[in-house]
Write a protein that binds this ligand. Structure first.
Ligand code: ZN
Length: 350
C-alpha cells in the first residue's frame, strides 16, 4: 500500500447546487498533512497520481461518510438526500456492530439535516480529515466517536470499501491513460475553458452523496466519489470529468452562457447552467469513448424527463449548428421557449 501524502486544502462549494456561502477554514493550499499516531492506527490511504488527478481512498474519510449516512438513514427522520447502503454493508451491521456504532450515530445527530457539500460544519469535517486527519476535527464528540469505532470499521467494512476503491482507481487509471487527453481536450473546448493547472484531489469513499459524487471548490478543487454507488460507477469516467468541470477554471464560462441564454430567450430555468454542463460532459464522453457508451443525460432519464427533456433535446438539436458555448446555450434556450409555447420549430426565429 502506498503512503498518503496530502498536500491540498479543500473547502465547501456546491457542485450540484451552486456555491454555498461558508467561512473558509483555517487551512491553506500549502498545508501538508503529517501522519499522526491516530492515522497510523487506521492505516494509510491509497493514493494514485495522474497528470490531472490525485486520487485517494482514506479510511477516516470513508468511515466519516459511511457513519453519517448510516446514522441518518437509521434515525427514522425523513432526511433530504437519502443515500442507501449496500446489502453487504447492511448485513455487516450485526447487533454487536450496531451497538459499537451507537456512540458515533449519536455524535452525528446534530448533522442529520445537513448536506455533506452545502452545510459548513459537515463540509469542514471532511476538509479537516482530508487536511489533517481525524485529530483535526473540531467537534470533540465526533472525533472521539470516530476514533473509538475505527477498529470496528476496519474489521467489518474497510477491506470491502478499500477493494471497491481500488477497483475504481484501477478503472480511472486505465481510462485516463487511454482517453484522458482526448476527453480533457473535448470538454475544455466545449466549455471554452482551461483545465486546472494543478492535479485535482479526488477522494474515493464508499458513499458520497445521494448523487454518487460531489465537488467542492474553495480554496482548491476537491472531488468526492462513491465507490459503492451505481450512479457514480456506471459512467465513472464521465462522472470524474463532470465533477472536475464543476471547478474553476473549467466552469468559468457557464454562468455567463446561462445569463446570455436567459436574456436572449426569456427562458428562466433554475440550474440551466447545470444542464449545459451535463450535456457538454456527456457529449464529450460519448465522442471520446465511442459506441456503445451512453452519456449520463441519457441513462439517467434526463433526456426524456418532462421538465428537462426539452432542454437536452434542444441542446442536441442545436449543438452542431453553433461554435461557442454561449451561442449553443442561447439557441437551445430559444428552442425550449418555442416548444413551451407550442410554436412549430420551422417558425422559430433562431
Ligand atoms: Zn454536476
Amino acid at each position: 500500500m502506498r503512503q498518503a501524502i496530502v498536500t491540498m486544502a479543500v473547502s465547501g462549494c456546491a457542485a450540484i447546487g451552486g456555491c454555498a456561502t461558508q467561512t473558509s477554514p483555517t487551512y491553506t493550499a500549502s498545508d501538508v498533512k503529517v501522519a499522526t499516531a491516530t492515522d497510523k492506527a487506521a492505516g494509510t490511504s491509497l493514493v494514485t497520481k495522474t497528470s490531472r488527478f490525485e486520487i485517494h481512498a482514506d479510511p477516516w474519510l470513508s468511515l466519516h461518510h459511511l457513519a453519517f449516512h448510516y446514522a441518518r438513514n437509521d434515525s427514522g427522520l425523513r432526511v433530504r438526500g437519502y443515500t442507501p447502503l449496500t446489502h453487504d454493508d447492511l448485513d455487516a451491521f450485526t447487533p454487536d456492530v450496531v451497538a459499537a456504532f451507537e456512540p458515533v450515530a449519536k455524535a452525528y445527530e446534530p448533522y442529520y439535516e445537513m448536506s455533506l457539500l452545502r452545510s459548513a460544519p459537515l463540509r469542514y469535517s471532511s476538509v479537516a480529515i482530508v487536511m489533517g486527519g481525524v485529530d483535526s476535527l473540531e467537534d470533540p464528540a465526533l472525533k472521539q466517536a470516530l476514533i473509538d469505532v475505527m477498529p470496528v470499521y476496519k474489521t467489518h467494512f474497510w477491506d470491502r470499501h478499500e477493494a471497491a476503491a481500488q477497483r475504481l482507481i484501477d478503472s480511472f487509471s486505465a481510462d485516463l491513460h487511454h482517453h484522458g487527453d482526448d476527453m480533457a481536450r473535448r470538454l475544455t473546448d466545449y466549455l471554452e475553458s482551461d483545465w486546472s493547472s494543478e492535479p485535482m484531489r479526488v477522494d474515493i469513499v464508499p458513499y458520497a452523496s445521494w448523487a454518487g459524487a460531489y465537488t467542492g471548490t474553495r480554496p482548491v478543487n476537491h472531488l468526492t466519489i462513491g465507490a459503492l454507488q451505481d450512479m457514480a460507477l456506471d459512467s465513472s469516467f464521465e462522472t470524474l470529468f463532470h465533477e472536475a468541470s464543476h471547478a474553476s477554471p473549467m466552469s468559468d464560462q457557464l454562468d455567463a452562457a446561462e445569463k446570455a441564454a436567459f436574456a436572449a430567450s426569456g427562458l428562466d430555468m433554475n440550474r440551466y447552467w447545470h444542464a449545459l454542463l451535463w450535456y457538454a460532459s456527456g457529449r464529450a464522453a460519448m465522442e471520446t469513448l465511442g459506441e456503445p457508451y451512453q452519456p449520463i443525460y441519457v441513462t439517467s432519464g434526463r433526456l426524456t424527463d418532462p421538465k428537462w427533456g426539452p432542454v437536452y433535446q434542444s441542446l442536441d438539436a442545436v449543438w452542431d449548428e453553433h461554435d461557442t458555448l454561449q451561442a449553443r446555450a442561447i439557441a437551445a434556450a430559444k428552442r425550449v421557449v418555442a416548444l413551451q409555447a407550442g410554436t412549430p420549430e420551422e417558425n422559430r426565429s433562431d
